[in-house]
Design a protein around this ligand. Structure first.
Ligand code: ZN
Length: 271
């Protein structure tokens, strides 16, 4: 039988040293979380979807399918590396407004936002991949038109108007983006261009900028990748092939690796 003296000598000190239930719960949460929460979250944004097919290729391919199929492959490769968490603005064929894509990235606490497209342009002879960052003033007329047609995607939701913001609105939104975010967006842009250059044809001057709504996160470095143009027969044919999409995804994964390595060390992009 437990005497009062024995209880005081042995059991009471043991009870005193037990952490409270709340502390146990907190410690469990803290020890379960770190490995996961230390990994950066990459937000992939497959363009278009649902009632918005995006560009329609010369032989009838819908951009929205190229975008999601390549994004799913990139997600697979990023997760397989064990170095990232990945979220997507859409994993199904649904329409997501442009603003919503930005908000989703912010809610998820994304460290990087990669919008994926394969749009069409007026000249069917023009081909190759290109990478865009946000700017109030477009780098060239072609980029200005691309941004205008991208920004018009929200017309599918409202069923009216072009959905494109006025130049003044774009100016204001672009000016809200932090300097550090701009610098890191440019770093990611260079990483993607370098990485794609080793694997796929590139557009002339592949690093461009324009007023894309979807790139307007103030805090999250963001790029928009045109993986090729649906208006070009060769680009469309290539992007229809799973093997080619895997090559594009691998190049983007390589760029994500180099981007985070550069951000972590503060050093320029490594080879
Ligand atoms: Zn697009």
């Amino acid at each position: 039988m437990l005497t009062r003296r024995v209880f005081q000598r042995t059991v009471m000190p043991a009870l005193a040293s037990l952490p409270t239930l709340a502390a146990v719960a907190f410690n469990e949460a803290a020890s379960a979380a770190p490995v996961r929460s230390k990994l950066p979250l990459v937000m992939l944004d497959p363009g278009h979807g649902g009632m918005d097919p995006g560009a329609i290729g010369v032989s009838g391919t819908f951009e929205k399918y190229i975008a999601i199929n390549t994004a799913m492959e990139l997600r697979r490769q990023l997760l397989a590396s064990g170095r990232y968490r990945v979220a997507m603005t859409r994993t199904r064929d649904v329409f997501i407004p442009l603003d919503q894509r930005v908000v989703d990235a912010q809610r998820n606490g994304a460290s990087l936002f990669v919008s994926m497209h394969a749009d069409a342009i007026a000249d069917p002879a023009v081909r190759g991949a290109s990478v865009y960052t946000l700017a109030s003033h477009p780098s060239d007329a072609q980029s200005a038109m691309l941004a205008q047609s991208e920004n018009a995607a929200d017309r599918f939701a409202s069923g009216q108007g072009s959905g494109a913001p006025s130049a003044a609105v774009t100016n204001i939104l672009a000016s809200l983006v932090r300097r550090e975010t701009r610098t890191e967006s440019a770093l990611m842009q260079r990483a993607v261009v370098d990485s794609l250059a080793r694997n796929v044809p590139l557009l002339v001057n592949p690093a461009r900028h324009a007023g894309f709504i979807v790139l307007q996160s103030a805090e999250i470095p963001s790029v928009l990748v045109e993986m090729g143009f649906m208006s070009n027969r060769a680009d469309e044919a290539a992007l229809r092939q799973p093997a080619h999409r895997a090559v594009v995804a691998a190049a983007l994964k390589g760029a994500v690796d180099r981007y985070f390595a550069a951000v972590a060390t503060g050093a320029p992009l490594g080879g």
